[in-house]
Design a protein around this ligand. Structure first.
Ligand code: ADP
Ligand code: MG
Length: 276
């Protein structure tokens, strides 16, 4: 991964889609590991009470571990909860514990309830090239905290029926947060996940998504791959679990595209020739 440009400022990317099971967590951890393997310093913020991103990165997150809950609810410095990820240099994780399930309610009565993650990230002094925030499958205060903290929204879309259904609600929320709390917010990246090019449906859905979001959709699709789904049970990303697999290579390529196109895809010249 040598030779990939590193961003001048930290790129904070919010991986969101209020649908569950579309590949948010899988994409967060595998893109983060890929960016780190390309030489970047990357922090994953696990904002889902399920803690799946923490698990997939092999990070201890039982209920006594200092976690993102303490950061959001008790204003604990982020530096006190961040852990290094074994086996991937430059990759770090702020884990989620099950406490976070209560934060959605507890945050309601706190001052600056929408911007607590943004404040914590601003106060974090370690140099970072990327922060990837794994959101829960809802549009509550946790996701709003992510949307206030980040500039870029990354939407994984599973190439199935109803792929675009519900997306309108996410887009409206992004617009609301942009209008009221975070003017820099924009949808920078759409990633097609669990793609099975052999089915007509998948290619039709991919075509439809590309026609709606021609600038945002990455050229690289993530294939459906057993290796990708097995890796988390070993506390690993597919990048270390099976580095030569199609899943690993596709995440490396998607991360390369993200690094190359920078934070502003609309300023990039897009080739009209699809690379597949
Ligand atoms: P979300 O975070 O949006 O709920 P996940 O990333 O947890 O979605 O993915 C949902 C399920 O699909 C998980 O069991 C995961 O292992 C599996 N999965 C995700 N991406 C792939 C893929 N490319 N190939 C095969 N299985 C995948
Ligand atoms: Mg998830």
């Amino acid at each position: 991964g040598e030779g990939l440009p590193r961003p001048e400022e930290t790129r904070v990317m919010v991986v969101a889609n209020q649908k569950g099971g579309v590949g948010k967590t899988t994409s967060t951890v595998n893109l983060a590991a890929s960016l780190a393997l390309h030489g970047a310093r990357v922090l994953v913020v696990d904002l889902d009470p399920q803690g799946n991103a923490s698990t997939a990165l092999g990070i201890d997150h039982h209920s006594d571990v200092p976690s993102i809950y303490d950061v959001l609810v008790d204003s604990r410095p982020l530096s006190e909860v961040v852990q290094p990820v074994k086996d991937v240099e430059g990759l770090f994780c702020a884990p989620a514990t099950i406490d976070l399930a209560g934060a959605e309610i507890e945050l309601v009565s706190l001052v600056a309830r929408e911007s607590r993650l943004q404040r914590a990230l601003s106060a974090y002094e370690q140099p970072l090239d990327y922060v990837l925030i794994d959101c829960p499958p809802s549009l509550g205060l946790l996701t709003v905290n992510a949307l206030v903290a980040g500039a870029e929204v990354v939407i994984p879309i599973q190439c199935e029926y109803y792929a675009l259904e519900g997306l309108g609600q996410l887009l409206r929320n992004v617009d609301l947060v942009k209008g009221h709390l975070n003017p820099t917010l924009h949808i920078s990246t759409i990633l097609l996940t669990m793609y099975d090019g052999r089915t007509r449906l998948a290619s039709q859905v991919a075509e439809e998504v590309r026609s709606h979001f021609s600038n945002e959709v990455l050229r690289t699709n993530i294939p459906r791959s057993v290796r990708i789904s097995e890796a988390p049970s070993y506390g690993q990303t597919v990048l270390t679990y099976d580095p030569g697999s199609s899943g690993a290579l596709s995440y490396l390529e998607a991360a390369r595209e993200i690094a190359l196109r920078g934070a502003h895809p609309h300023q990039e010249q897009h080739s009209t020739v699809e690379g597949k």
